[in-house]
Design a protein around this ligand. Structure first.
Ligand SMILES: [Zn+2]
Length: 114
């Protein structure tokens, strides 16, 4: 699901980060002093598939304070869906392993009967 989901809704698989930022004004304290930076502000980071479809690049966008809970909820929902999918796939793999074992046993019994 990973890549497809990333294409469809890249911002639902990102992570939220708080950062202190520079405002860009040369005469502001934040230009030289890390402690004088503004914020913290929330940013959403996510990895996006690059044009070559093999590498990824890191993207980020600003998240308004009133938007944070919505974004966080969306991230959690996606994670839960991915977890559920992994569990389902795990159960199917288990079923296939059991089936293979059963088939092997049947084959062995047939051979021993001949
Ligand atoms: Zn500043």
């Amino acid at each position: 699901m990973a890549w497809e989901a990333r294409w469809e809704d890249p911002q639902s698989v990102g992570w939220l980060v708080q950062e202190h930022v520079r405002c860009g004004k040369a005469n502001c304290g934040c230009a030289r002093d890390r402690a004088a930076r503004h914020g913290p502000y929330w940013y959403l980071y996510w990895r996006e598939c690059a044009e070559d479809e093999e590498t990824t690049r890191l993207r980020k966008r600003y998240v308004r304070r009133e938007e944070v809970n919505t974004v966080r909820a969306r991230i959690e929902t996606t994670k839960a869906e991915e977890r559920r999918e992994r569990e389902e796939i795990g159960a199917e793999m288990e079923w296939l392993r059991n089936l293979s074992a059963a088939l092997r046993e049947i084959r062995t019994r047939r051979r021993s009967r001949r």
